[in-house]
Write a protein that binds this ligand. Structure first.
Ligand code: DQA
Length: 140
């Protein structure tokens, strides 16, 4: 199984960005945890992070034949990006939407996900463990 681990805007600052909300684990540490768990489960992971909507779309397009599933934290694009929503549908990818925080318990604008309907599953508010849960869900 091939899994794309995709992180959107501002997630490159994990560890220093609002640690009381997003935790102290850096993106490199998070990616290493996912790589390690994937190795144990016999899956291959490719990780990519971008602050740019178009680069995330390009990565989905490029991975559409390689990936059997996608673990995707779209950051704030979650709440606004119809272009990412269209890309997920166009690529026919099985995507798990992951958020470190529980977006349903935060500001009203953050409670809306325009991607939720086109994702196969979502994991909210479990911090870094949520990425591992998403991986295991995709592999089960
Ligand atoms: C986030 C939640 C989003 O609302 C926010 O813009 C992020 C991170 C999360 O992981 O909890 O950048 O996706």
């Amino acid at each position: 199984m091939n899994i794309l681990l995709l992180n959107g805007p501002n997630l490159n600052l994990l560890g220093e960005r609002e640690p009381e909300i997003y935790g102290k684990t850096t993106l490199a540490e998070l990616e290493a945890l996912v790589y390690q768990r994937a190795r144990e489960l016999g899956a291959e992971v490719r990780a990519f992070q971008s602050n740019h909507e178009g680069e995330l779309i390009d990565e989905l397009h490029q991975s559409r034949r390689w990936a059997n599933g996608v673990i995707f934290n779209p950051g704030a694009f979650t709440h606004s990006s119809y272009a990412l929503r269209d890309a997920i549908v166009a690529c026919k990818l099985r995507v798990v939407e992951v958020h470190l925080s529980d977006i349903t318990q935060r500001e009203p604008w953050r409670r809306v996900s325009v991607l939720e309907e086109v994702c196969a599953h979502r994991v909210l508010g479990k911090g870094v463990a949520g990425y591992l849960e998403a991986l295991e869900w995709l592999l089960k």
